[in-house]
Design a protein around this ligand. Structure first.
Ligand SMILES: NC(=O)c1ccc[n+]([C@@H]2O[C@H](COP(=O)([O-])OP(=O)(O)OC[C@H]3O[C@@H](n4cnc5c(N)ncnc54)[C@H](O)[C@@H]3O)[C@@H](O)[C@H]2O)c1
Length: 313
C-alpha cells in the first residue's frame, strides 16, 4: 500500500500540547500535513493556562521541517471555536481534518459531584467539541471535503464509577458524531469517534476500581498502552484514505476494534393494542437477547429494519 500522505492537507487538533494529541500532531506533520496545535496549556482539571505546551509542540514540528502554528484558546466558548478555525484558514488557507481531542478531568462519586466540576467537564468535552466543530464543519461544507474525529471514552460508552459528568459528556460526543455523520455525508465530510486507552497524565487520575487487580490485568499489554499505540487509527481517520463514517473505534493496548450500538431482534408485540406489562415481564429475556441484532445506520434505518421484520413475520 502506498504511504498515506497529508501533503497539502491542513489539520486542526485540539489539546495537542501533550498526551495523545501531541502524538497525532507529530505524525500528521511528519506525513506532510500543516497542523494547528491548539492547547490551553493548563492542569489536568482544566484550570490555569499557558502558551508553553502548544508552542513546544509547534516548535518541535517546525524544527523537524514541518508546518505548524500554535493556538492557546480554551475551547469552552463559541468565539474560541471561531478563532481556532480562523487560525487555520489565515495560516494555511483551508481545513481538511479536525481532531477533537482536548479534555479535562474531575472525578467524583455522584453523591459528591459539585455542579462546578460537572459544568467544567461538560464545557470542555461536550460544549467545547461543539464550539470547535461548528465553524470547521461549516468550512468543510464549503470545501466539499472533511474528516472529523471525535474523542469519546469507554467511561461513557461502557461505564466507569466516579466519572458521571465525564461519562455523560463522552457519550454525548458520540451522539454529536452520529448526527454529523448524517449531515456530513452529502458534503464529503466523514465523522468517526474514538475510545482510546493510554497512559497519559489524564489516565493517572482515573480511579480504576480495584487498582491492584487492574495492574495485573494490564501487565501483558502495558507497553502497548503508550499513547503512540492510539496514533495510527486516529491518523487514518483524519486522512483522505479513510472511507468510514458513523463508526466508533476502540484503541486499547494495541488492539483496534469497532464499538457499535446494536438493536436486538426483540419481540414483535401486538400492533392493534399496546403490550401489557405482564407480557413484557414474560418476554424480557427474548427482548434482551443479543444473539441476533442489527446496527441501524440512522433513526430512519431503524424504521426500515422494523418494517422488514414485520413484513417477514
Ligand atoms: N488517556 C486515556 O486513557 C483516555 C481514555 C479515554 C479518553 N481519553 C480522551 O482522550 C483525549 C486526550 O486525553 P489525554 O489522555 O491525552 O490527556 P492529556 O491531559 O494529556 O491531554 C489533554 C489535553 O487537552 C488540553 N486541554 C484541556 N482543556 C482544554 C481546553 N479547554 N482547551 C484546549 N485544550 C484543553 C490539555 O492542556 C491537554 O494538553 C481527551 O479527550 C480524553 O478525555 C483519554
Amino acid at each position: 500500500m502506498t504511504d498515506i500522505s497529508f501533503k497539502d492537507r491542513v489539520v486542526v487538533i485540539t489539546g495537542a500540547g501533550g498526551g495523545l494529541g501531541r502524538t497525532y500532531a507529530l505524525e500528521i506533520a511528519r506525513r506532510g500535513g500543516a497542523v494547528v496545535v491548539n492547547d490551553l496549556g493548563g492542569q489536568v482539571d482544566g484550570t490555569s493556562g499557558s502558551s508553553e505546551m502548544a508552542d513546544r509542540v509547534a516548535a518541535e514540528i517546525r524544527s523537524a521541517g514541518g508546518r505548524a502554528v500554535a493556538n492557546y484558546d480554551s475551547i469552552t466558548t463559541p468565539q474560541a471555536g471561531e478563532r481556532i478555525a480562523n487560525a487555520a484558514i489565515e495560516s494555511f488557507g483551508r481545513i481538511d481534518a479536525l481532531i477533537n481531542n482536548a479534555g479535562n478531568l474531575r472525578n467524583a462519586a455522584m453523591v459528591d459531584l459539585s455542579e462546578d466540576d460537572r459544568d467544567a467537564v461538560w464545557a470542555v468535552h461536550l460544549a467545547g467539541t461543539f464550539n470547535v466543530t461548528k465553524p470547521i464543519f461549516h468550512q468543510m461544507v464549503k470545501q466539499g471535503y472533511g474528516r472529523i474525529v471525535f474523542t469519546s471514552s469507554a467511561a461513557g460508552l461502557f461505564g466507569n464509577a466516579e466519572q458521571s459528568a465525564y461519562g455523560a459528556a463522552k457519550a454525548g460526543v458520540v451522539g454529536l458524531m452520529n448526527v454529523l455523520a448524517q449531515e456530513g455525508t452529502p458534503h464529503g465530510i466523514l465523522c468517526n469517534a474514538l475510545a482510546p486507552s493510554a497512559f497519559s497524565r489524564m489516565a493517572e487520575k482515573v480511579n480504576l476500581d480495584h487498582a491492584e487487580k487492574m495492574n495485573a490485568l494490564v501487565a501483558p499489554f502495558l507497553s502497548a498502552l503508550d499513547p503512540t499505540f492510539v496514533t495510527p487509527i486516529v491518523v487514518y481517520l483524519a486522512s483522505e484514505a479513510c472511507h468510514t463514517t458513523h463508526d466508533i473505534y476502540s484503541a486499547t493496548g494495541g488492539r483496534i476494534a469497532r464499538i457499535f450500538v446494536g438493536l436486538s431482534e426483540g419481540w414483535l408485540g401486538p400492533r392493534d393494542k399496546p403490550a401489557t406489562v405482564e407480557q413484557i415481564a414474560a418476554r424480557i429475556d427474548t427482548i434482551r437477547d443479543t444473539s441476533r441484532f442489527q446496527v441501524p445506520g440512522s433513526l430512519v434505518d431503524e424504521f426500515h429494519i422494523l418494517a422488514n421484520q414485520i413484513a417477514k413475520s
